[in-house]
Design a protein. Structure first.
Lengths: 192, 136
């Protein structure tokens, strides 16, 4: 039931991002001249690597989910024995990759601000920071959720179905945020 | 679950052509497709699709639900649906913390920091409510 509820909530999140995409496309259609000038300042190779990091983090997250479904909360072997890793190790790895993504976003914001693209510069910069910023807040929210799920796995002696459900629905959220970023990346960096 | 997933999947059939027609129609009127409607109608189709597909997948894992049986009764749906908290105080402090966070954006960052500290305590309290004490 918690899983179905999460999907229904994520569908409403989808419509939230639909609004942001609409803002972006409307402004882009209204002021193509501003878009032509400002999109030239984007660092596409850097954003591509950052995107790859987020996509790979989704893979680690899914490997953690498989372990959660098998009821394995933590590693049963040595630290670098990847096959024996449990949900916790994979989620920590996901967390690190997600953290690197957010750090990359911050670095990109700093570079763009240096080139005089700030939140209040023009229609393009507002649309850029609104869309990527709200996505960034979602990623940070996901990182907090990972911390809570990892923390929960320490609380009880037995890893129960309720623990696994929490881990699985968090992965749904993470995959959703990942897919939204792929759409945002295609819109902002490829389509321009 | 078949009926409920069908209801949501009908949304895909309804909204996909509407989005396409809207795009071509607005293009014919204005000379360019109007983006807000195209994006939102297309994502409406995706929204109903993701719920429909997930409910369908969930239904396959579970036994036949009484809502799919023509002569099924409501009381046949009784049983264990999962774990639900009877009540919890934690959403109240979490809501107040969220209030302080937004107030902080308007007044000053120190209010935001106070709200963040309260928020962390409330969030951890809520997330761990049924994983500590008697539940551990």
């Amino acid at each position: 039931m918690a899983a179905v509820g999460t999907i229904v909530w994520l569908s409403s999140e989808l419509m939230f991002f639909a609004g942001l995409f609409s803002i972006y496309f409307t402004l882009r259609a209204t002021r193509p001249d501003v878009w032509a000038e400002e999109t030239a300042k984007l660092n596409v190779p850097f954003a591509t690597i950052n995107t790859l990091i987020l996509v790979i983090s989704s893979v680690w997250c899914q490997l953690g989910v498989f372990k959660a479904e098998q009821g394995i909360p933590s590693r049963t072997g040595k630290l670098f024995d990847l096959k024996r890793w449990g949900m916790r190790e994979w989620y920590v790895l996901t967390y690190l990759f997600g953290g690197v993504f957010v750090a990359g976003q911050v670095l990109e914001y700093a570079e763009l601000t240096h080139e005089n693209v700030a939140l209040n510069t023009d229609a393009y910069s507002s649309a850029f920071y609104m869309t990527t910023g709200f996505h960034g807040i979602h990623v940070i929210g996901g990182l907090v959720a990972f911390l809570l799920i990892i923390g929960r796995s320490f609380t009880t002696r037995q890893y129960t179905h309720r623990h696994a459900t929490g881990a699985i629905v968090t992965s749904y959220y993470w995959h959703f945020v990942d897919v939204v970023w792929i759409a945002l990346f295609a819109t902002i960096y490829i389509l321009k | 679950m078949k009926v409920s997933s069908g209801l949501f999947l009908a949304g895909v059939i309804a909204f996909t052509p509407v989005a396409i027609i809207y795009g071509f129609w607005s293009n014919a009127v204005d000379g360019r497709p109007e983006p807000v409607g195209v994006v939102c109608l297309a994502l409406l189709a995706v929204m109903s699709g993701m719920i429909g597909v997930y409910i369908r997948a969930t239904g396959k894992r579970l036994d036949v639900s009484p809502s799919d049986v023509p002569d099924g009764d409501i009381d046949q749906a009784a049983g264990d649906y999962g774990f639900f908290s009877p009540y919890s105080w934690w959403p109240l402090p979490l809501g107040l913390a969220a209030l302080m966070l937004f107030l902080g954006l308007a007044i000053g960052w120190w209010v935001f920091v106070v709200g963040a500290i309260f928020g962390i305590v409330a969030l951890v309290g809520w997330a761990f409510e049924y994983f500590t004490g008697d539940f551990a």
